[in-house]
Structures are given as structure tokens and as C-alpha cells.
Design a protein around this ligand. Sequence first.
Ligand SMILES: [Zn+2]
Length: 300
Amino acid sequence: MQFYVGWSHSDALFSDYYSDCPTLVSAVSDNQGTLKRFKNKPNKLIIDCGSVFYVKQQKRPTLKHVFEIQRSLIDECPNTSSIRLVHFDEPMFNKTSLSDQYYAMERTLYNAYEYLKVVSEEKLPVNVSTMGVIQGFDRASVHYSANELKKMGYRFFGIGSLLAKNQKQQIEFIKYAIEAVGAENLHVFGVTGITQMAEMVRMRVASFDSTRPTMAAAYYQVFYSNPFRTYVISASRAKPQSDRLGEPLYCECPVCKENPQDMFIPSPRPYMRLRSIHNYYHLVKTIEKMKVGTEREEVV
Ligand SMILES: [Zn+2]
């Protein structure tokens, strides 16, 4: 199980702190040219098409334009980085009627087909492969979507559109996708809950991504592990949904080894970034512990 940290141009440079740091980045203009800033490039990278970003825009970019951004991000990485490219998907979380959901699924399949055509015309380096996005609104449609992607030639898959679903439904949909393609070939997009993470570890899903270390840091939260817990830093005026914490606890992350007080300063942004580096450390530790199967009861 690999955890990919969702990364955007204004976030902390995680892989400069952690050498083994799989990263997910979206092919949107703001991210173009930004991987150059990493001293240590991510060893594993997923480059998606930024569908969630583009769906909010008035006008969609062309497939060629998005692919060019993906291509430039590939060129910024060494050929030792293992890179997976994701085609444009039509997000389903904002579709309510069955016909709109069906249309989104068909549209995503069409995009997947078109994308493979564009990719096959390019000479991509051997360290780059593709990922098909499975969508669906029930078990049958998830299976249908997965099988259509397989017929096109996809060998690795991601499942998206889980954002609007509750915890139980998310786990159900992941199970449907596993039935269709096997857990070892499945990535799960955009996971936030610790319970879902524990369940995915148990189901042996190949990988998932989350922006949680950064999101929590932006909301003035700090994580600790063993067991996993979240605090809101006392100096922030944020309405606490968790207990407040005024002083750092013992931690061996790269930030706390230098100066743990720094991440207790609410803003500006550099302090948020330090919190996210610290949060990443504890989320990874928690996932590692889930893997050895000892912490499931404690963290849920
Ligand atoms: Zn720390």
C-alpha cells in the first residue's frame, strides 16, 4: 500500500524532507514548472488531469493542452521516477440524476479512449504508464466502467468520485472496483478518513492519495501518532473541533527536530507548511502501523 500525498504549487516540498514520498499532482497551469523546485524529486508520481479543478471553470481546456502540461511535468522528473498519467474524468459527485450520472460515466470512458490515442502518438519514456479512471453509480456500472477500460488496454486503475459518499458507501464502491480489477491494480483518489485508510490497508489496495496533511495544517491542526490523534494549536482563533494544544509533544519529525515551536505559530503560510510536514510524518507512521495490523482498533 502506497500513500501518495496530494500536492499543489503552494504546498510544502514533502519529498525534500522525506526521500520516499509518492506524490500526486494535477496538470493545471499553476503547477507547471513547479517540480523543478524540489531538490529531491518524488520517486513515485501520479499526474492527474485536474478534473476537479477544471470542472469549476467556465471553459474546459483541450485534451492536448492538458497533456502538454502533463508532459512538461514528466520532463521535470528524472527517468528513475515511476510516473502514472491519469486521463480527464467527468466528476460524478456533483451529478444528482441517474441520467446525468450515466452521462458522466460515458463521457469519462470516451475521455479514456481519446487519451490513450494521444498517448500512443507520443513517445513516452519507459518509466511512464497510464491509469484508467473507473466511475459508476452502483455495482453494475462500476463493473461495466472497469471492463470497458480493460478492453481499451488499461492495466492500472483508479476509482474517483467518492467525495460525496459517506464512509460506508465509499468502502462499498472500493470493493466493487476490487471485484472488477483486483486490489493490486487499484488506486483510490482523494481519501480523507482514517477509517477508510485502515479498511483499504486491510483490503490490500495498491495505493491512495490524500491532501489531509496540508488541509489539516491549513485549519491549524497538528497530528500525532500511536495512537493517531489531532489537536488544534492554541494560538489559532479557529473554532476547535478537536482538543487544543499549546505546547508541542515529543516528535522526531524533521520539523520538530529543528524547532517544534515553529509549527505552533498559526500563520503566515511557511508555518502552515511546517505543520503539514509534521502531519505527513504522523499520517505515514499511522498507515505503516495499520500495515502491520496492530493499530486498527486504536485509530478508529
Ligand atoms: Zn513533528
